[in-house]
Design a binder for this molecule. Structure first.
Ligand code: GTP
Ligand code: MG
Length: 203
């Protein structure tokens, strides 16, 4: 049965996946207002931080789940992955292996999640573009082949970029990606470019 409007549950489970060191913890921490850590410790389990995102008149409460990138913690990550509604695959633009390994993280997602969800890919550490090992165009084409939204971000220099990406994925999950729907809820086309084609992601 559908919930009445005033009872609608606007909370969402968001999870970040990717190799150790790509910057998942820093992306989450800086997006909730904490300071960037140059020497952050390796995540060994999982935890979540809460972030509210306002879209039109609605406020969505996101539980941002941080996971461990090290392979030995994969079984714990699988448990956290269950029931996620938004999955963000993170690679480090200065680390080609972290990009190659996205395939592995996407397979893990395919294996575990059986509920309705949307996925996106972010290339973190955009501030280090002078030593990049993965061309943005390569990553963009890869994301397109997986029917996922894509964005370059920097936890260090521009947390707002990641928050913008979160907003895009919430809109996709809520079916608000079509320009005409954005106008209905009072969002201009200029501020929120439609970057996604409303097709299901491949995981
Ligand atoms: P695990 O917890 O092991 O899975 O790693 P993680 O993905 O959480 O990486 P974490 O956030 O701990 O960051 C790893 C290292 O990358 C740290 O030294 C951070 O300071 C650095 N780092 C994270 N994001 C950025 C960024 O946007 N720019 C730069 N220059 N460094 C970053
Ligand atoms: Mg971490």
């Amino acid at each position: 049965m559908e919930k009445a409007d005033d009872q609608q549950d606007n909370s969402m489970k968001v999870i970040l996946l990717g190799n150790s060191g790509v910057g998942k913890t820093n992306l989450i921490n800086t997006s909730v207002g904490q300071t960037f850590q140059i020497d952050s410790s390796v995540t060994t389990s999982g935890s979540f931080s809460h972030k509210d995102i306002k879209i039109g008149d609605e406020t969505y409460g996101l539980n941002l789940w941080d996971t461990a990138g090290q392979e030995k913690y994969e079984s714990i990550t699988k448990i956290f992955l269950k029931k996620s509604e938004i999955v963000i695959f993170v690679y480090d633009i200065t680390d080609a292996k972290s990009f190659k390994d996205l395939e592995k993280w996407i397979s893990l997602c395919e294996e575990v999640i059986d509920n309705d969800h949307v996925c996106g890919i972010v290339g973190n550490k955009e501030d280090l573009y002078s030593i990049e090992q993965v061309k943005a165009e390569t990553a963009r084409n890869y994301a397109k082949s997986k029917k996922m939204q894509f964005k370059l971000v920097s936890a260090k220099d521009n947390p707002a970029g990641f928050i913008y990406f979160l907003t895009e994925l919430v809109m996709e999950h809520k079916g608000l990606s079509k320009p005409e729907k954005r106008e209905t809820i009072g969002l201009s086309k200029e501020n929120h470019k439609a970057t996604k084609n409303n097709q299901k992601c491949s995981c």
